[in-house]
Design a protein around this ligand. Structure first.
Ligand SMILES: Nc1ncnc2c1ncn2[C@@H]1O[C@H](COP(=O)(O)OP(=O)(O)O)[C@@H](O)[C@H]1O
Ligand SMILES: [Mg+2]
Length: 393
């Protein structure tokens, strides 16, 4: 029993780290280079491709102090302010160990920005001094965000240490009433910082694009863009074989490895989901075992997938189904539209919505080992959604 619970750490449903982390060597190096050059980064991909795991990995393996801010649950200015200041507070501990005598220089940084550092029993806390009376509390939130980030940037400079502010699911910042002012505050800090690098990551790419690429938006032109693709089959072969040796003292048959890749299409979340079940098998698995494990996963995930499909309109469901069954590079061609009894305008609109919702994607980079997927073709993004549709017809 104990062994199984230990093994399940190989394939986490949440963050991949240590031995569960597969490859991403180029991306790790690229992100590290950006941090060292203090060049801010926008990291995007559909959800569950491995953005959060990747940034955490780079931070951990290079020992870089990082304010980790997850905006996933942001609902308003107050919550955004709280997430940012709490994260800044916790990174202070890494920058100024409690045993260090607080120098006047450090106090000066915080004093001049209207932030006070309190030495508690085991941690620092930032508390904001009352400002002059103003009717607009949202302005105060924006000021607090600015002051805490700017203080952190100054402190990083004083310590001459690279520090990262990681804003995960950054597109949710639009939940703040003062979202433009908050982004302006971030930009003001970001454009002057010498040691503080911002990494913005997000799963809703069309929203991220509007935040970063539109001229009138304040973060325009400030970042390098990294788009995260799926991990190559070649890398997974090496990774899974190592973990198979841990488990069964043997590598997987290549047919078995390819069966895992056929079901999961190298989608990081699904590889972990399937392998987590498979690694509980007593004996080194074969392709039939992979089939069995996949069926167990489908049973577990079915409810969630049905819910996701129910968020689509009838037309979108129809088109998703047709793309699953008859992948095409021209969804508005006569040949494809004949399969769907709907007006061309509905089809174009639905394809656009499905792309924005990350239900489908256009294949741009083909993994040579997943040769049934061709460049330029539209494909269902979630391999289990595709499987469920295809196996119904
Ligand atoms: N490099 C990796 N190696 C192995 N598994 C990974 C890797 N990156 C992510 N995963 C797995 O993929 C799933 C999604 O990862 P996560 O980092 O939460 O993605 P995102 O932030 O893009 O939504 C998790 O199950 C995680 O363990
Ligand atoms: Mg994430």
């Amino acid at each position: 029993m104990k062994i199984i619970s230990k093994l399940s750490n190989f394939f986490p449903a949440t963050l991949a780290r240590e031995e569960s982390f597969c490859n991403r060597l180029n991306e790790r190096q690229e992100i590290l280079n950006n941090i060292l050059k203090c060049k801010h980064v926008v990291l995007s991909s559909p959800r569950r491709y491995g953005k959060t795991s990747l940034v955490y990995q780079v931070i951990a393996e290079n020992n870089i102090p990082c304010a980790k801010i997850d905006l996933f649950l942001a609902v308003d200015d107050a919550s955004i302010c709280k997430f940012i200041t709490l994260a800044v507070e916790s990174v202070l501990k890494e920058l100024i160990p409690l045993s260090t005598k607080i120098s006047n220089k450090i106090l000066e940084i915080f004093k001049s920005f209207d932030v006070s550092v309190k030495l508690g029993d085991s941690s620092y806390s930032l508390s904001f001094k009352q400002r002059g009376l103003t009717n607009n509390t949202n302005d105060i939130y924006v000021a607090h965000i600015y002051e805490s980030l700017r203080s952190l940037s100054e402190l990083a400079k004083l310590e001459q240490k690279s520090v990262v502010v990681f804003m995960d699911e950054f597109q949710e910042i639009i939940a703040g009433e003062s979202c433009n002012a908050i982004m302006g505050a971030i930009r003001n800090v970001a454009q002057e910082s010498e040691y503080l690098t911002f990494i913005f990551s997000g799963s809703k790419r069309h929203l991220l694009t509007t935040l970063f690429n539109e001229k009138r938006k304040p973060l325009y032109m400030m970042c390098s863009n990294i788009v995260l693709n799926r991990i190559a089959v070649r890398e997974y072969r090496h990774h899974l074989n190592q973990l198979a040796i841990h488990r069964w003292n043997a590598e997987l048959e290549d047919s078995c490895l390819m069966q895992i890749m056929r079901y999961t299409e190298a989608h990081a979340y699904y590889v972990n989901l399937l392998c987590d079940t498979l690694w509980e098998f007593e004996l080194l698995p074969n392709t039939e075992d992979v089939d069995k494990a996949w069926q167990i996963c489908v049973k577990h995930e079915k409810g969630r997938i049905v819910d996701e499909l129910n968020n689509l309109t009838h037309a979108q469901k129809d088109i998703l189904k047709s793309i699953a069954l008859y992948p095409t590079d021209k969804p508005t061609s006569i040949k494809f539209t004949k399969l769907i009894n709907r007006p061309l305008s509905t089809i174009s609109q639905s394809v656009k919505s499905l792309l924005e919702k990350d239900m489908i994607y256009k294949i741009e980079e083909v993994d040579p080992e997943l040769e049934w997927k061709s460049e330029g073709y539209y494909w269902v993004l979630d391999p289990m959604v595709r499987y469920m549709i295809v196996s119904q017809y």
